[in-house]
Design a protein around this ligand. Structure first.
Ligand code: SAH
Length: 357
């Protein structure tokens, strides 16, 4: 609940409105999810609250810690569906990667989450709680939230198909008396749901955008990302152009490109990609090249390092800014495209077997 909703909720329980603010601040600012510990509330009211409401619905089932410090949480919803969240410590700030759906309805051929299918879209509460639980695990309950935490909607699911939950969660997390993580610190990644990209472009206080492209032609993209049959490249890039017009000064947006060995990573693909972006006038986009994270059930390998570098320099020679993303948490199945509710007990062995780079 937002602070306003909580206020209405306590008023309807015949309590003064300021109690709504108190509870909101306890839950969202101090990340204190235990009602019994909200000692600023009268005991009698705490009792009634405990009977009528819950402050938490996710259960952390397992936690995996990578050799690079990345943490993956496998949680369960009240109806026993898997939710995964990844905490990525970085030198100056942390990034939390949250899921918007349990499973995913899109069938990207190179992604392990796709194998789950869609189980259910998450609620706003389930999105916010992922962030709270990850912060509590890293910093402890009741502590000050570190400033500058970044969020990415890049976990399981397609956030643009969880749009209402996502936008509500972002509003709640942005509240200054709560987590105070503003949309400017959030990046939403989409496989290309065109109407939602257009809608997002019209929202004044919106998160940043990343679009998963992964192929420079419709023929190849249809195969890798079937959503392309619904919204093919020209329509998608036209929508990106509209989004580009809505960027603030200095702001950019991102294309993600999963590098699949001998599939979409040739020098010719790089030239096609640069020409495609230039033809659509997308000068304010940058391209993140993501080495494929392999898994035994996925029919792809990561591109060799030299090929990724070659691809990058061709893009740059044609005026397209490109970066190579360093995989994080591969050894614990926490990297891009690896969230599939894995409960391996021996992540290190899995990593040795399957890490390519
Ligand atoms: N559904 C949204 C949000 C998921 S973001 C989207 O597709 O953008 C997850 C990112 O990981 C996407 O850019 C996706 O293309 C990428 N990805 C999927 N499988 C991968 C894999 N096996 N290796 C590397 N990246 C992968």
């Amino acid at each position: 609940m937002s602070q306003d909703e909580l206020t209405a909720f306590v008023v309807q329980m015949n309590e003064p409105a300021y109690r709504g603010k108190q509870i909101f601040s306890a839950l969202q600012n101090h990340r204190q999810l235990d009602i019994n510990k909200l000692t600023e509330l009268p005991k009698e009211f705490r009792g009634r609250l405990a009977e009528t409401s819950v402050t938490s619905t996710l259960k952390t089932e397992s936690r995996y810690i990578s050799s690079d410090g990345t943490r993956r949480y496998l949680m369960k919803t009240h109806d026993n569906l898997p939710v995964e969240t990844v905490f990525i410590p970085e030198e100056r700030r942390d990034t939390i990667c949250f899921s918007s759906q349990s499973g995913c309805p899109l069938q990207c051929d190179f992604c392990l989450t796709a194998k789950l299918g869609l189980l259910r879209t998450l609620t706003a509460g389930e999105i916010v709680e992922q962030v709270i639980l990850a912060l509590n695990d890293a910093y402890g309950e009741g502590t000050e939230t570190p400033r500058g935490t970044n969020l990415v909607a890049m976990g399981a699911g397609e956030p643009m198909l969880a749009f209402d939950s996502l936008m509500k969660a972002l509003r709640i997390m942005a509240e200054p008396k709560g987590l105070f993580i503003v949309p400017n610190r959030v990046t939403v990644s989409t496989a290309g749901i065109v109407p939602r990209i257009l809608e997002l472009a019209g929202i004044p206080d919106r998160p940043h955008l990343a679009v998963s492209l992964s192929a420079p032609t419709n023929e190849l993209r249809n195969k890798l990302m079937p959503i392309n049959k619904r919204w093919p490249l020209d329509e998608l890039l036209d929508a990106c152009k509209v989004f580009q017009e809505s960027l603030k000064p200095g702001e950019r947006f991102t294309f993600e490109y999963v590098m699949l060995d001998n599939v979409n990573d040739s020098d010719e693909h790089a030239r096609q990609l640069a020409n495609l972006l230039n033809r659509h006038g997308l000068q304010r986009a940058k391209v993140n090249l993501i080495p494929h994270n392999a898994a035994e059930t996925l029919p792809y390998n990561a591109s060799p390092f030299e090929q990724i570098e070659s691809f990058k320099s061709i893009l740059e020679s044609k005026g397209v800014q490109a970066f190579v993303r360093r995989p994080r948490g591969r050894d614990i199945y926490a990297a891009c495209g690896q969230l599939a509710a894995r409960t391996t007990n021996n992540p290190t062995t899995q990593a040795t077997l399957h890490a390519i780079n």
